[in-house]
Design a protein. Structure first.
Length: 208
């Protein structure tokens, strides 16, 4: 950690993607005045919004709310939403989407029907890692290997869960069982992160 520089971002200047990982994408965003834009949703991610400047109207499913600076809302996964500034000037918000797994945005036509998946939509805001220079065949192989490892780790966790059935007969005896399960579950969840990372990199090969 010695000599490590901690990045500091300022919402008055850094209107771009700050962090782009499978676990989370976050950014500051300028929000313009005008009509309500088309709604979108996130299949897996929940989105947190924090108003920094101005008055922001959030359309979430069939409801609307106007938030002031310092106020925040959370939009659950698979819930349509859109944002716009209201009042006399544009606004600025901070947003984070977690997890951030491609396709990160689900869009809809004028009749509310879901459109085909699009990948890398978030890249229009700038920031994030550059697209991989590896050939598609290498990305596919890396994804396959990560998926195979996940299956093996999940099977080990299943076996551990089977071995612990009936070992605890009361709530006071459950902690050793939970500790054992965690030791086999943690590698599964870490591998899920690895698989998501490889998947996101592969999916960008199909970006517009």
């Amino acid at each position: 950690m010695a000599g490590m520089s901690i990045p500091v971002h300022d919402y008055r200047a850094d209107l771009t993607n700050i962090c782009v990982q499978p676990q989370i994408r976050s950014r500051f965003r300028r929000v313009e005045l005008g009509p309500v834009p088309p709604v979108h949703s996130h299949d897996l991610g929940g989105e947190t919004f924090l108003v920094m400047d101005g008055q922001i109207e959030f359309t979430v499913a069939d409801e609307r709310v106007v938030c002031q600076p310092g106020q925040t809302i959370f939009v659950p996964p698979r819930t349509t939403h859109a944002v716009r500034a209201v009042g006399e000037q544009p606004g600025v918000i901070y947003l984070s989407v977690s997890p951030h797994v491609e396709p990160t945005h689900t869009t809809y036509d004028a009749d509310g029907q879901q459109l085909p998946p699009r990948y890398g939509v978030w890249r229009a805001a700038g920031g994030g890692e550059p697209r991989s220079e590896l050939p598609v065949s290498a990305l596919l192989e890396r994804y396959r290997a990560a998926a195979h490892s996940l299956a093996e780790l999940a099977q080990a966790n299943t076996s551990q869960a089977g071995a612990t059935v009936g070992t605890a007969t009361s709530s006071t005896e459950i902690k050793p069982t939970i500790d054992q399960l965690w030791q086999s579950l943690k590698p599964v969840l870490l591998q899920v992160e690895a698989l998501e990372r490889d998947w996101n990199e592969l999916a960008l090969c199909a970006a517009d």
